[in-house]
Ligand binder design. Structure first.
Ligand code: HAX
Length: 457
């Protein structure tokens, strides 16, 4: 496989690069951390390394150095398609350089060879009530497939550390090949007739997802390509990427690690925001019986904030601009569905909500993120997140299918470069208070309720 050779050839150079940093420059300071950061979600602490993607607060994501518009322009496309096929993107993430058409297609072919989902995985999904949340089913199905892991088997037989990445690559190719079919079945099981639709040989990986949920529409296939491209990676600190990395650092295989990462993606502050953004738009649309005026929308946004809730799809822990992943979707929508009411509503929200958040003065980033509009584009083509009396969650599964590309690429490289088990040190609240007293020179009065506390060491 050319892909494996391309990674293999790079390893001596990368291993030497890291060794030099540790041996010759190991004591160089990268960051300091203060109490507010420790208690505030470890925000902005530079403590993770990835070469696969990087988020600049004022420019947004770059995958292997390429911005979203550059990726859409430069990644190879199949004739007649507006958007690049995903085999090319996965090659870029894994190998680190822009692939030729043939190199990208090699991954598409590799995926086709590996795409059959074991029957027992469908049985696991079918064993669950249909109203189970889609993310639960997705994570469960991937965990069930752990039985297939090459890494787990070869590790038990005795595998050299330098070779850990080879069966990890095999696992990653198997899992990424099958993820669209698993997601499509979950959709069909929950919302359609429960059929398993076999992928079409002449369609690419992303388009086949659409085909397997019963959509035969070229515009949707391009949306699927765009969607899976922009959600794939967002450096390593976000919850889904970091969880996958952390679990994988114990040498748990890709299936365990990805299933864990998806459980993090399922949270409302992370991937579930795409469902909540859709729900928020539908609430607005229902309340005003159609498109609201700007004044009505402003009022509704304030009502949401005053009720102590967040406006889903807005804000970001790192970004300080409109997310370029939002812009790419906005531009797609502008071309394909400019008159669709919910699309017009999402655009109106973009005109109104940043101003409201700025006035409120809490959110550090008042701009839309990737989740603010993605559901609208899906809904235009009839793809639902949930039905009545259902715990829904399908839009987050779409996010998950894409995110698996980024997190598995990171896992393969972490294994190849011998990344150690992660193990940060924790402190107690009293230790922080003692440090605060020492550095500020003031005593912190301690309430008697805490007098029973015993120290550590
Ligand atoms: N609406 C209302 N308030 C918001 C807000 C929003 N969209 N975004 C941030 N805030 C509030 C925070 O809740 C926080 O309030 P408190 O001080 O009362 O706790 C304050 O502004 C400061 O927060 P921040 O530092 O700007 O943002 P965080 O790094 O803490 O959180 C979040 C980043 C993305 C979680 C946050 O902006 C948010 O909750 N947004 C809405 C949910 C959302 O869209 N999530 C998806 C993010 C992208 C992603 O990961 N997708 O998977």
């Amino acid at each position: 496989m050319n892909l494996r050779k391309q990674i293999e050839e790079q390893l001596p150079g990368w291993r030497a690069r890291l060794k030099r940093l540790i041996t010759d420059y190991g004591k160089v300071k990268v960051a300091e951390i203060n109490i507010a950061q420790i208690l505030g979600g470890i925000r902005d602490v530079k403590a993770l390394v990835t070469d696969i993607s990087c988020v600049d607060p004022n420019q947004g994501i770059r995958l292997r150095g390429y911005t979203i518009p550059e990726l859409l322009e430069l990644l190879p496309k199949r004739p007649g398609n507006e958007m690049p096929f995903l085999g090319g993107l996965y090659y870029l993430l894994l190998v680190g350089r822009m692939p030729t058409y043939e190199e990208g297609m090699e991954i598409e072919e590799e995926w086709k060879k590996r795409q059959t989902v074991p029957e027992y995985v469908y049985d696991v999904i079918r064993a669950m009530p249909k109203d189970t949340s889609a993310m639960n089913l997705f994570s469960l199905a991937i965990l069930a497939m752990e039985r297939e892991s090459h890494f787990a088997r070869e590790y038990d037989l005795g595998l050299r550390k330098e070779d850990y990445w080879i069966p990890t690559l095999e696992d990653a190719l198997d899992l990424t090949a099958r993820a669209p079919a698993v997601a499509a079945f979950i959709y069909n099981y929950k919302f359609r007739d429960g059929q398993i639709i076999k992928p079409k040989p002449d369609l690419d990986w992303a388009a086949n997802f659409g085909y397997m949920i019963g959509i035969e529409n070229k515009q949707y296939y391009d949306l699927a390509r765009l969607y899976f491209l922009i959600h794939s990676d967002h450096e390593s600190g976000n919850v889904s990427a970091h969880t996958t990395y952390l679990v994988s650092s114990t040498l748990s295989d890709v299936y365990y690690a990805v299933s864990a990462g998806l459980n993090g993606l399922a949270g409302p502050l992370h991937g579930r925001a795409n469902q909540e953004a859709m729900e928020w738009l539908l609430e607005v649309y229902q309340k005003y019986q159609g498109l609201p005026t700007k004044e009505q929308l402003t009022e509704y946004a304030w009502q949401t904030l005053n009720a102590g809730k967040v406006i889903p799809g807005y804000g970001h822990a790192i970004l300080r601009i409109t997310d370029p992943r939002f812009t790419a979707q906005l531009e797609y929508g502008q071309r394909v569905m400019p008159d669709y009411d919910l699309f017009r509503l999402a655009k109106l929200v973009y005109e109104v909500v940043p101003e409201v958040l700025l006035q409120q003065g809490k959110a550090k980033d008042p701009w839309p993120n990737v989740d603010a509009i993605s559901g609208v584009l899906q809904r235009y083509f009839g793809v639902l997140d949930s039905k009545e009396n259902d715990r829904g969650g399908f839009y987050t599964v779409l996010f998950g299918v894409s995110r698996i590309l980024g997190v598995t690429a990171n896992t393969i490289w972490a294994r190849a470069l011998g990344a150690p088990i992660e193990r940060p040190k924790s402190v107690t609240t009293r230790m922080l208070e003692t440090l605060a007293e020492q550095q500020s020179g003031t005593a912190i009065p301690l309430h008697e309720a805490y007098a029973h506390e015993r120290g550590c060491g």
